[in-house]
Design a binder for this molecule. Sequence first.
Ligand SMILES: Cc1cc2nc3c(=O)[nH]c(=O)nc-3n(C[C@H](O)[C@H](O)[C@H](O)COP(=O)(O)OP(=O)(O)OC[C@H]3O[C@@H](n4cnc5c(N)ncnc54)[C@H](O)[C@@H]3O)c2cc1C
Length: 313
Amino acid sequence: MASESRPVIVVGSGLAGLVAATTALRCNAKAVVLLERAAKPGGNSIKASSGINGAPTRFQNQAHIDTTFFSDTIKSAGKRIPPSPPEHIRRKELIKLLTNNSLSAVDFLSDDIGVDLSVVAQLGGHSVARTHRGAGKTPPGADIVTRLLRALQDDSRFQLRTGCEVTRLLSSTQSPRFDDPPGIVGVEVRSGDELTYLSGPVIFATGGFAGDADGLLAKYRPDLAGIPSTNEARPGMHSLLADVGAQLVDMDSVQVHPTGFVDPLSQASPLKFLAAEMLRGEGGILLHNGRRFVNELGTREQALSGSGTYKYS
Ligand SMILES: Cc1cc2nc3c(=O)[nH]c(=O)nc-3n(C[C@H](O)[C@H](O)[C@H](O)COP(=O)(O)OP(=O)(O)OC[C@H]3O[C@@H](n4cnc5c(N)ncnc54)[C@H](O)[C@@H]3O)c2cc1C
């Protein structure tokens, strides 16, 4: 196969891209090139501060084995699971895949990568405590990213290129090579003023578009256009996928985190610092005019629609 001598190209250095690069190396890839548009790796993943959900893990309360991750997630998904097949079944299968593999994800991070995930909290929409973080001061996202990256950089087959933005996915019909397999065969990369081309199998892990407040967010959720965000204020890259025929789904499914810190010196700043969900998981309550007005551990949908609000007579 022509692709055997080419590097695996991973686009995006958040948690998804770092794990993809790690997995490719573990599967004996000869070389992995990780392309990141920002000057530093880590994406939004490096900011994650509450933790990672998993069940049933050895860090959870052993007296009550957690069997509710699947049903809690179905409940949180709400109307995103349509009532009739085949999509009803497919979505449930995806949720099963996510929740059934969550234990091995936590084990991989703690046992293989050395991330401390020993502290467990109950957060929004959960029946029991299942959000894992470390006991120290380093937030889980930063710890996960730093350790994954360190392990990758110890491998001579791995190369990280920052300041490199993928601007196009190249399909085999655009490739001059006669032995290219059908499908995506490489990427166009912009670094400064220079455009270069790299060929190889591509893993696209460029994250979401919540920081693209006046672009994709405004397009798919006009009601949220321009909303302040804790995400990096950079354009979403979904059009690169659509350009090569990918169908985008659920683009209107954007969850809004209900709490953030407002800098008194810069109240109108669109870039906010998250008041992490963990604060509510550890007992923080929300007050309005001195009164509690919402179930702090309801789902995001409840928090925004007000259906989880307390009723006062
Ligand atoms: C403040 C904050 C706190 C959070 N806390 C939690 C939490 O506690 N628990 C939790 O589960 N989730 C949390 N989240 C959400 C979580 O961080 C994201 O779901 C997760 O980071 C997504 O990972 P990712 O690898 O898909 O994307 P990202 O981490 O965003 O990485 C995508 C990377 O791709 C790069 N990229 C994009 N386009 C290109 C291109 N064309 N070429 C090259 N590179 C490109 C980006 O620069 C970025 O580095 C939080 C999010 C924020 C913002």
